[in-house]
Design a binder for this molecule. Sequence first.
Ligand SMILES: [Zn+2]
Length: 109
Amino acid sequence: MKYYYDLHLHSCLSPCGDMDMTPNNLVNMAKLLGLDVIALTDHNTSLNCEAAIKVGEEVGVLVIPGMELTTSEDIHAVCLFPTLEKALAFSQYVDENRIHIRNKAAIRQ
Ligand SMILES: [Zn+2]
């Protein structure tokens, strides 16, 4: 059996995301595109994963909780977690320990 997937997606919580990239819209767009599995990997946060997982359960798309972690060397590492709880715990750790830099909305990646 073939599975179609995308394990690197951002929502509106990422600086590169549009405001219409809600968890609901992302998961339903994945469904329309025929994806079976997606990972939500917002920059330095997993806070939209719970909502995406709930929508995924409703429409039949497996949502893996994730994050795109930016290191102090500006390396972007996609992190995937086995459970929502582990993702949220890591997200909290990152939020408490990272350098908070004000977003410049006019600059998009
Ligand atoms: Zn990314």
